[in-house]
Design a protein around this ligand. Structure first.
Ligand code: ADP
Length: 540
């Protein structure tokens, strides 16, 4: 009894009668001739030989190459498809002749593999190229199983070679496509990464590794955090965790530490890929180097700040009359109170109550002068914006105090309609003063052009909803030519002979920096209205 590993089918009949098969029985040509004769109907067939015949035909016809080998690995049988495919004769292929049909690159390899398989006595498989009769090589899957006797000794090897050329080609195509994709991912001028649905990193491209100097292994999971600038880490992590939890697109700017010890600004973006049920299967992200852009923005901001400062200082000149008046007023009060003080001290006995009142008035006037100087210094000073909680009505009143004299000198009557109970807003006091003063001085210019025109200025504040306040400066001046409406805020647009055309531009930048908008409109009757909106702090 023989058993064929691994399925254990009995092949005793087949093995016992092997001499009856053509090419088998060590390629017995006699047996082959007998087989052919029987197949051609030259001699009567018994029932067994009919079965043999069918069996033989099946082996020859199955669409795969079949062979059998002795325990030492030398071949003793090939089916017709094997011989037809290789174009070798039985004599050429038998024993070790079949090795000549292997691709030279794999021939040595396969022989070694084959020896190892035989030594192990276990079923095995290998992929090798086999030469076709016309010289073309195709990939085959070699499978071999041993047949054992009752003592467990291998008495024969049976095998098939299955054509897997199409599979190998498509694998090769996929491999090449992957290589091309990989090359593209590594070459594009951006860092590319992917994360699992739980937010853990599972891939970064070559550019990212060479920038950070970290290894792919170090970047995995949450290891990428090592490249984020410590000052940006908390917010970066918060933004990413929020996206990973909600599935919303990720967009964040932060600095990444380079292997050379420098850090640069990057724009990080990631989108989730979802399956049909909407579940996130992967995050795909890029980090784009925006360091040059950030630097240019910073330089632009500095240039804007310098210009805004220059404009503020210039407007101080325009406000000279008011400044002198504002400083003079309390000084005069101090002098008067000082004189009164002396008078009361000269009485016999001195009227100390009156002296006290006069000194108190002097102190109050002195403090007022101090306030005025403080405000002027703030306007003249150059410094970074400092946002704090402000009451907008207070800022408006301070501005009007600073330009009071100018308005007076130009015969402008001022009306204030300041809304009640306005919530505070987060802003830079000096910058907002600059905007309001600029708008008021422009109105003065617009009303001064025509001597016969009534000169009325209305300054309004109004809380339009819970979150926003609008401040409007409305005048009865010459108004705006409709064709200029779109250009008023352009840099260097001016209709004044000595104008610079930067005031409104700077005002708009300041307001937009505060999260608001500044716009102009023509009044129904005469003059113009400039107004801006600012977001209010709802939670204080
Ligand atoms: P400048 O005052 O140096 O001209 P601005 O940017 O402040 O620069 O103003 C630009 C232009 O906008 C002014 O030249 C003027 O034509 C117009 N403008 C500004 N404010 C008013 C106003 N209240 N009424 C009419 N025109 C105005």
């Amino acid at each position: 009894m023989y058993t064929c590993a691994p399925n254990g089918n009995s092949n005793a009949d087949q093995v016992d009668r092997r001499d009856a098969l053509p090419g088998s029985g060590v390629f017995s040509h006699d047996a082959g001739a007998a087989y052919m004769a029987r197949r051609n109907g030259d001699c009567p067939m018994s029932e067994n030989s009919l079965i043999d015949n069918q069996f033989r035909t099946a082996i020859d016809m199955i669409p795969t190459l079949v062979w059998a080998a002795r325990p030492d690995g030398s071949a003793e049988f090939f089916n017709r498809r094997w011989l037809e495919y290789t174009g070798l004769t039985v004599d050429e292929a038998k024993n070790w002749g079949w090795v000549s049909a292997l691709h030279p690159d794999e021939a040595t390899n396969l022989r070694e593999t084959w020896n190892t398989i035989m030594a192990s006595g276990e079923p095995a498989e290998a992929e090798e190229r086999l030469r076709r009769w016309d010289g073309e090589y195709r990939w085959f899957l070699f499978r071999a199983v041993p047949l054992r006797d009752e003592a467990g000794q291998v008495v024969r090897w049976y095998g098939t070679n299955t054509d897997i050329e199409h599979r190998r080609q498509s694998e090769q195509r996929t491999e090449e496509a992957e290589k091309r994709l990989r090359a593209a991912i590594d070459t594009i001028p951006a860092m590319v990464w992917t994360c699992l649905p739980n937010g853990l990193c599972d891939f970064v491209n070559e550019r990212m590794l060479s920038y950070t100097g970290l290894s792919a292994e170090e970047m995995r999971g949450t290891g990428w955090k090592a490249m984020v600038h410590p000052d940006d880490m908390e917010e970066h992590l918060q933004a990413w965790t929020s996206s990973a939890e909600t599935g919303n697109s990720f967009e964040f700017e932060s600095r990444l530490l380079g292997a050379d010890g420098h850090c640069r600004w990057f724009l990080h973006r990631a989108e989730p890929m979802r399956d049909e049920s909407g579940n996130i299967v992967k995050w795909y992200g890029t980090n784009l180097d925006i360091d040059d852009r950030r630097r240019a923005e910073q330089e632009l901001r500095t240039a804007h700040a310098d210009l805004a400062h220059a404009m503020r200082v210039a407007s101080l000149g325009e406000m000279a009359a008011s400044i002198v008046h504002e400083v003079n007023q309390p000084l005069t009060a101090i002098v008067i109170s000082g004189g009164a003080c002396l008078t009361w001290l000269g009485k016999d006995p001195p009227d100390l109550d009156k002296v006290r009142t006069s000194v108190e008035q002097m102190v109050e006037a002195g403090e007022r002068t101090g306030d005025v100087v403080q405000r002027l210094r703030a306007l003249a000073k150059k410094g970074d914006p400092q946002k704090q909680l402000l009451a907008i009505n207070e800022v408006i009143e301070e501005c009007l105090a600073m330009v009071e004299r100018e308005l007076d000198n130009h015969g402008v009557t001022v009306r204030m309609e300041l809304g009640n109970c306005l919530q505070p807003l987060l802003g830079d006091r000096v910058q907002l003063q600059q905007v309001i003063i600029n708008l008021i001085l422009n109105s003065v210019d617009a009303m001064g052009a025509d001597a016969n025109r009534p000169r009325q200025l209305l300054v309004r504040s109004e809380q339009t909803d819970r979150d926003q306040v609008i401040v409007a400066v409305q005048d009865s001046g010459i108004g705006i030519d409709p064709k200029d409406l779109d250009r008023l805020f352009d840099a260097f647009f001016t209709t004044k002979p000595d104008g610079l055309g930067m005031g409104l531009r700077i005002c708009r930048t300041i307001i937009e920096d505060h999260g608001g908008m500044l716009w102009a409109s023509r009044n129904a009757d005469t003059g113009a209205t400039f107004q801006f909106s600012l977001p209010l702090q709802t939670k204080v």
